[in-house]
Design a protein around this ligand. Structure first.
Ligand code: LIP
Length: 262
């Protein structure tokens, strides 16, 4: 697999963490029937995956900064570069034995996401992209969907739960979008939702109230596959403000108008 030294380091770290998570996932499936459930076990699996990734990346690039879902933010000696890592995106799917989760690793340079890796270890699909060199699934080049009609388009999103997230706004989004499109999916992993937009499987994705590590790697994948990404509110930055709209080039403006209520 061609790519820069940083990308190859990211892929090595993602695959090593993915191997650990696949082993733990098999145990989680067995724990579904236990009265206590696998909650604590999944927390340990999540933290072990981030430990593996952090060891690989910070050994290879000790001066870079760090932002990880489990271990938080650490300033680096190099203030221009930062790893942004979700060791297990789709945690609730993992907890319930649903094989739709991923390791997500992104590299940010001077505030811009310049490379990303998303590893769906359960399906052995690794998505990767570097600025200016395209988006890839394993060894195949990715392009966003060519569909041009909203009525033919399938979109993905995240739906608030347990009192978290922007429920009224999301319900308004759904009320506006559902009559205009061919379907909406909620598969529970933002990183894979964005990877699927880059792969042309979804025409678009949006979500409110998610974290930088949920979206960072997926942003560069969508852009390098020919799609567009923005925040929901005009002028916001998706990574900084926690809301995101992503779609293929043909539908991006129409989709964004629907979500913005324009
Ligand atoms: C999840 C996201 C998903 C969102 C969930 C959660 P996690 O990330 O991938 O899109 O709807 O609320 O934030 O917590 O599994 O890393």
């Amino acid at each position: 697999m061609q790519g820069s030294a940083n990308l190859n380091l990211m892929i090595k770290a993602a695959r090593k963490a993915g191997r650990s998570l696949v082993k733990d996932f098999r145990e989680v499936e067995n724990l579904q029937v236990s009265s206590k459930g696998p909650g604590d076990f999944v927390t340990r699996a999540d933290r072990e995956a981030e430990r593996i990734i952090k060891q690989e990346l910070m050994t290879g690039r000790p001066t870079y900064g760090w932002l990880g879902e489990e271990t938080g933010e650490t300033e680096g000696a190099d203030p221009t570069r930062r790893w942004i890592v979700d060791p297990l995106d789709g945690t609730t799917n993992f907890l319930h034995g649903l094989p739709h989760w991923a390791v997500s690793i992104a590299l940010e340079h001077k505030g811009e996401i310049v490379s990303g890796v998303i590893f769906d270890a359960a399906k052995d699909e690794i998505y990767w992209a570097e600025k200016g060199t395209g988006a890839w699934l394993n060894e195949s080049r990715l392009r966003v969907s060519g569909r041009r009609a909203m009525s033919d388009a399938v979109f993905a999103t995240g739906i608030p739960f347990a009192g978290r997230g922007a429920l009224p706004a999301t319900l308004q989004d759904l009320a506006r979008l559902m009559p205009a499109c061919a379907g909406v999916r909620r598969w529970g992993a933002a990183a894979l939702d964005l990877a699927y937009v880059a792969a042309g499987r979804f025409e678009g994705y949006w979500e409110r109230g998610i974290q930088p590590w949920d979206m960072a790697a997926g942003i560069i994948l969508v852009r390098e596959a020919g799609g567009f990404v923005s925040a929901i509110r005009e002028g916001d930055d998706p990574v900084q403000n926690g809301s995101i709209i992503a779609a293929n080039s043909a539908l991006f403006e129409d989709f964004r108008k629907v979500i913005r209520g324009e």
